[in-house]
Ligand binder design. Sequence first.
Ligand SMILES: Cc1cc2nc3c(=O)[nH]c(=O)nc-3n(C[C@H](O)[C@H](O)[C@H](O)COP(=O)(O)O)c2cc1C
Length: 198
Amino acid sequence: MANLARGREHRAPDYPIEPLFLDRWSPRAMSGEPLAEAELMRLFEAARWAPSTYNEQEWRFLYARRDTLHWPAFFALLMEANQAWCGQAAVLMVVLSHKVFTRDGKPNPVHTFDAGAAFENLALQGAAMGLVVHGMAGFDRDKARATLGVPDDYDVEAMVAVGHPGDPAQLPPALQARETPSGRKAVRELIREGPFAF
Ligand SMILES: Cc1cc2nc3c(=O)[nH]c(=O)nc-3n(C[C@H](O)[C@H](O)[C@H](O)COP(=O)(O)O)c2cc1C
C-alpha cells in the first residue's frame, strides 16, 4: 500500500497551525483496496461532530462501496474527468444537506455552510488516517437526485471519493503532474479588518 504524501512536507503556513490542516490534500491516486467498515464509520463519526446552526446537523451522506450493488449508479454520476481517476476509489459519497429547519420547515440559510463543515471534518479525519478523501463538484446533480431518490427539501451538495493511497504512475499522464499538495493565497489577501475592501 502506498503512503499518503504528507502536506506538511510541501506546504508552508504563514502562521503556525496544527500540521493536520497542511496534511489534508486531495490526491487522485488510489489503490482500489476496499475500506474496512470500521474505517468508513470513523470518517462519518468525524463528520458527525461538526458544528451547525441550532445543532441541525443538516448533512446527510449517501455512499456506495466499490464492487457492490450501488457502485455503478454512483460512478455513473461523475463527469468523465472524475471517472478517469475514481475507478480506484473504495467508496463514493454523495453529500446532501437539509434545506429547511426541522422545527418549523422554514428555509435554513446556512445548510450548505454546515454541510461543508461536516465534509471538512471527514476530510481531516481521513488525512489523519492516511486515506485519500477528495471532494468533487464534477458530477450530474439532477441525475443524482433522480437516481438516488433525493427529496426536494434536500440539496445535492457534492460528491467525495475515498480510498487508500495508490501509485501516481497509474494515473492518466495529465493528472500525474498535479498529484502534489497545492499552495494557497496569502492569509492577508483573504481578510480585511472592517468593511469589504478587496
Ligand atoms: C466541493 C469541492 C469540489 C471539488 N471538485 C473537484 C472535482 O470535481 N474534481 C477534482 O478533481 N477535484 C475537485 N476538488 C478538489 C479541489 O480542486 C482541491 O480541493 C483544491 O484544488 C485544493 O487542493 P487540496 O484539496 O489538495 O488542498 C473539489 C474540492 C471541493 C472541496
